[in-house]
Design a protein around this ligand. Structure first.
Ligand SMILES: NC(=O)c1ccc[n+]([C@@H]2O[C@H](COP(=O)([O-])OP(=O)(O)OC[C@H]3O[C@@H](n4cnc5c(N)ncnc54)[C@H](O)[C@@H]3O)[C@@H](O)[C@H]2O)c1
Length: 344
């Protein structure tokens, strides 16, 4: 078992191993004094894993309730949140009780936001079950819901009490959802670690999942510890995301999924960096090879003008300057401020 300690304003551990769900009750008992636990999950994850989690929690003596909502990004909204608040109130959840987010990034973001706001904040545990959630969304304390004006526009920083990464849960992911998570894994390698990039190129990620997940978590840990509230270095995690978000928006969130859009976004921004002489053609070729290897797209059929229009609506924009992350080589990245009109 790997234990990675995150030294943020509220410190916590991330534990990574196989078959942790069976034992999650006693792990959670060590980090909360709650009597009641509400397991929040979506319908797909519910059918796969909640029995094991609920049984383990009950065996440890917790009074367990379960709230299930339909899977998918569309559920990360005020309607689901309001229903969850009602469920918590109806079940007399108190300030010392605890929410457990069992699922992917949608479950984690929504549950985290509910935990940040219900009764002005209650305990919360992340049990991420997608690759994306294990390497990215469950770590660092960003929680949010979507509103009609845009994704993740309402949210809060709320660090969990613990993150329990059970790698064996990834075995039930569809190939597409696994690939989507690989988009974020490649991102970590590009921004911080040529060593991780080598592993991705020279072996099959599925054969080295534990090592890869731990390396990604450790990269995010370092960045979040340095910049918990996203004022500088943490923006490096947005590599590929400015164009990725623009693609998702241009396709009305019904085209490429997030990890695939980020993959194309990394290619667009790296091509831009090559053109400006900031990155070598060789590094760009390696990036494309790695993305193709993990069944991720490297281009999309949307005009530059259309993409630029959606980029300028990016919420990370301040005045007429946009912060953009450039990989200057494999494993090296920097934040650049560039005028909006020079994006493409
Ligand atoms: N908070 C952050 O820092 C952060 C970072 C990155 C992304 N996010 C958010 O994360 C969300 C995307 O997360 P995601 O890709 O995990 O999506 P998701 O939660 O929608 O999960 C994708 C699909 O996989 C299913 N699933 C989950 N675990 C499974 C398993 N073990 N086996 C089989 N199916 C399983 C889900 O039911 C869902 O249908 C977005 O809302 C994004 O904004 C947040």
């Amino acid at each position: 078992m790997h234990k990675i300690h995150v030294n943020t304003s509220k410190p916590y551990d991330i534990i990574v191993d196989n078959s942790l769900l069976d034992n999650c009750g006693s792990i959670i008992k060590d980090v909360t004094s709650a009597d009641k636990i509400v397991v929040v999950t979506d319908d797909i994850v519910d059918s796969l894993y909640s029995d094991t989690v609920v049984k383990s929690l009950e065996n440890t003596g917790f009074n367990v309730k379960k709230y299930v909502f339909p899977n998918g990004e569309a559920s990360k909204c005020f309607n689901t949140l309001n229903e969850l608040y009602d469920f918590l109130a109806l079940n007399e959840i108190t300030r010392t009780d605890c929410l457990v987010a069992l699922g992917g990034g949608v479950v984690g973001d929504l549950t985290g936001y509910a935990a940040a706001t219900f009764l002005r904040g209650i305990d919360f545990v992340q049990i991420p079950t997608t690759l994306l959630a294990q390497v990215d969304s469950s770590i660092g304390g960003k929680t949010a819901i979507d509103i009609p004006a845009g994704k993740n526009l309402v949210g809060a920083f709320k660090q969990p009490n613990i993150v329990i990464c059970d790698i064996s849960t990834l075995s039930t992911l569809t190939p597409h959802i696994f690939s989507d998570g690989m988009g974020e894994v490649v991102k970590y390698a590009m921004i911080r670690s040529s060593k991780l990039f080598d592993i991705l190129i020279k072996s099959d990620a599925k054969d080295n999942l534990e090592e890869i997940i731990c390396q990604c978590i450790d990269i995010k840990r370092q960045i979040v510890e340095n910049d918990e509230f996203d004022k500088g270095e943490r923006m490096l995690l947005n590599f590929g995301h400015t164009f990725g978000h623009a693609i998702e928006k241009a396709q009305n969130y019904s085209g490429l999924s997030h990890g695939s859009a980020v993959a194309v976004g990394m290619c667009i921004v790296t091509e831009l960096a090559v053109k400006k002489g900031l990155c070598s053609e060789g590094a760009y070729t390696e990036l494309k090879e790695c993305l193709k290897k993990y069944a991720l797209p490297i281009s999309v059929d949307i005009s530059n003008e259309e993409l630029a229009k959606h980029c300028v609506n990016d919420k990370k924009r301040t005045s007429d300057i946009i912060n953009i992350v450039i990989a200057t080589d494999i494993g090296k990245s920097e934040l650049r401020k560039i005028p909006i009109n020079s994006i493409i």
